[in-house]
Design a protein around this ligand. Structure first.
Ligand SMILES: [Zn+2]
Length: 95
């Protein structure tokens, strides 16, 4: 049987299949980005593609996941990115 990679959502703390989650990556340049391909290098965190989970993300938890302190502003920008990403994908606009 093939092993399915499981990751934990940083919002609801549920464990889910990696491909069912959105990957957030802290790139080697130090930018926090959404990584839809899951292939960017850097430390990653995961969140379900749900508004509730994005809302319940905590700066502290993400700081722990990335092992760096995330600034308030950076955190805010990330949430905006996630909401925009969610909105795009719910329109069915897959690239
Ligand atoms: Zn979740």
């Amino acid at each position: 049987m093939k092993k399915v990679p499981i990751r934990m959502c940083t919002g609801c703390k549920e464990r889910k299949e990696k491909k069912a989650l959105i990957r957030i990556v802290k790139t080697t340049q130090g930018n926090i980005e959404i990584d839809p391909t899951g292939k960017k290098s850097g430390r990653g965190a995961y969140v379900c593609p749900r508004i509730e989970c994005i809302e319940s993300l905590k700066r502290k938890d993400l700081s722990l996941a990335f092992k760096v302190n995330i600034e308030e502003e950076e955190f805010f920008t990330l949430k905006e990115l996630l909401f925009a990403y969610l909105e795009n994908s719910s329109k069915g606009g897959s690239r």
